[in-house]
Design a binder for this molecule. Structure first.
Ligand SMILES: C[S@@+](CC[C@H](N)C(=O)[O-])C[C@H]1O[C@@H](n2cnc3c(N)ncnc32)[C@H](O)[C@@H]1O
Length: 248
């Protein structure tokens, strides 16, 4: 169910071609809709994210800043700030806000850093990372989703995210090394090309498919090898493509 306020506001924003606001030249109803989404987003950060233990101020601010409702399917905007993942079509999902925030905090992105994401999906996670580091490279195996995400970045004026359609298994060698790598689909193992493209002391966050369950891990590259810490159980759509082929 959509929160009543959000439903009403979307009804107004979509249904009324109202007088323009004095300052921005946009319809007043659109400004009212954006203000309501901003309020919902601030509530989301307080109740779903900060109260569950995400502490990094920059991550909390990025979650307050990125308009999640611009990354969900048309008609789902009123659900964008609810405490669960949402379908984005083609069998894929935009992750639960808390999971996005916790994975971002675990990656420890730095202002000057460069990050690779495998599994662009809606583009929301990449947009959050884009507020915290210099450049984000993101790869999506479903071409329609890659195109849709690229359109969302353009519409929002997000210029530091590079999108590629393809299998993320091989990473983005021309842009390596990366200070951080995030995989946002459940993988049975960490592909070796991604380990190779992670900088020494870099961090990699990934949900690992362990058969009957999935666990989120944070890895650190130390002397060329990955060391890992367990975070919490998760449920992600599977990483597909070459990672599912038998190892040669
Ligand atoms: C849970 S969704 C990602 C959510 C996304 N990060 C967001 O913010 O909306 C997982 C995505 O990974 C993509 N995916 C699965 N296997 C992949 C692969 N081998 N390479 C790149 N993308 C892949 C799926 O198509 C799907 O869009």
């Amino acid at each position: 169910m959509w929160p009543r306020v959000a439903r009403a506001v979307i009804g107004i924003a979509l249904g009324v071609v109202a007088a323009c606001s004095a300052s921005g030249g946009r319809p007043a109803a659109v400004d009212a809709g954006e203000a309501s989404f901003t309020r919902l987003r601030h509530e989301m950060v307080t109740r779903q994210i900060a109260e569950r233990g995400v502490r990094a101020p920059a991550v909390l601010q990025a979650m307050r800043d990125v308009p999640r409702h611009r990354f969900v399917n048309p008609g789902d905007e009123g659900d964008a700030y609810e405490d669960h993942p949402l379908g984005i079509g083609l069998g894929q999902t935009i992750s639960q806000p808390y999971v996005v925030a916790a994975m971002t905090e675990a990656l420890e992105p730095r202002a000057g850093g460069r990050v690779l994401e495998i599994g662009t999906g809606s583009g929301y996670q990449a947009a959050v990372l884009a507020r915290l580091c210099r450049a984000v490279y993101t790869i999506e195996i479903v071409p329609e989703l890659a195109e849709r995400a690229a359109r969302a970045f353009r519409a929002l004026g997000i210029g530091n995210v590079h999108v590629r359609a393809g299998d993320g298994y091989r990473g983005w060698p021309e842009a390596a090394p990366f200070d951080g790598i995030m995989i946002t689909a459940a993988t049975p193992r960490i592909p070796q090309p991604l380990v190779d493209q992670l900088a020494e002391r870099g961090r990699l966050v990934a949900p690992v498919d362990e058969g009957s369950q999935q666990t989120l891990y944070v890895y650190r590259k130390v002397k060329g090898k990955l060391e890992r810490d367990e975070l919490f159980p998760v449920r992600f759509v599977p990483m597909t493509g070459q990672v599912r082929e038998r190892q040669r």
